[in-house]
Design a protein around this ligand. Structure first.
Ligand code: 6GU
Length: 236
């Protein structure tokens, strides 16, 4: 099979592969997926290699220039991969989109810096605007690394024996149940007795209940949007 290909357009190509060069993602980099970090500044044309300018209408910071970004994007051959731009104004990244991206041939990811990117190039090139959460990073690079990590761990051969059912939409839209391992007691705290009981039906029930309790308490948004429980046919 051909590699899952990531192309990243950034002013800081030295930030890649960064943490994706170690551990499981790092072992798979080469055999399973490829990463090509391209320097946006290579597409600047003036003596000072300018990539940004002051915002139209005034205000703080600098805006990445549409013409430079367009040349950087157009230098990537269009092989049908989705083209994303990391921005805090984007659609929040969900596991469902990660699963789709990992199932495809790869991604082209543009990393914004400064106060943003000229909106016209985002529209003209039909970029998908993606955010990784409701907080502001200093640039899209760490967001891009996050997105790539989420995708790469799903590629066949990266993780040992993925439980694909559990992977689907965040374990069925719930937070994961808590985990424990030896020692049996830690600073006076025992492992919940059910987990050492050997009763696998009880264990599965306890884990399901914990997953539901944690989701209700911490993520009312996920809890409200969870799939309706499967209706059993009435007993006769
Ligand atoms: Cl994708 N970029 C930046 N700069 N900040 C973010 C983000 C992205 N997602 C959340 N905050």
């Amino acid at each position: 099979m051909s590699l899952w290909r990531a192309t990243v357009l950034t002013l800081f190509p030295e930030m890649f592969p960064g943490p994706l060069g170690i551990s499981l993602a790092g072992k798979a980099l080469g055999p399973v997926w490829s990463l090509d970090a391209q320097d946006i500044r290579a597409h600047a044309t003036d003596r000072h290699r300018t990539v940004d300018d002051t915002p139209a209408g005034g205000g703080p910071g600098m805006v990445m220039k549409a013409d430079i970004i367009a040349r950087a994007l157009d230098a990537v051959p269009d092989d049908g991969r989705p083209r994303l731009v990391m921005t805090p104004r984007g659609t929040p990244l969900r596991q469902s989109r990660v699963i789709e991206l990992a199932a495809g041939s790869g991604v082209v990811v543009l990393c914004g810096r400064f106060e943003g990117i000229d909106q016209r190039v985002i529209e003209a090139r039909g970029l998908e605007e993606v955010s990784i959460g409701d907080y502001v990073l200093s640039g899209g690079e760490i967001a891009a690394l996050t997105l790539l990590d989420a995708c790469v761990r799903l590629l066949p051969g990266v993780m040992g024996k993925p439980d694909s059912a559990a992977e689907e939409s965040f374990s069925g839209g719930l937070l994961e149940y808590p985990q424990y391992t030896r020692p049996a007691e830690f600073e006076g705290r025992p492992i919940p007795a059910v987990l050492t009981s050997g009763d696998h039906k009880k264990i599965a029930e306890w884990r399901q209940n914990e997953a539901e309790r944690l989701t209700r308490e911490r993520r009312p948004d996920l809890w409200a949007g969870r799939p309706a429980p499967t209706k059993m046919p009435p007993k006769t």
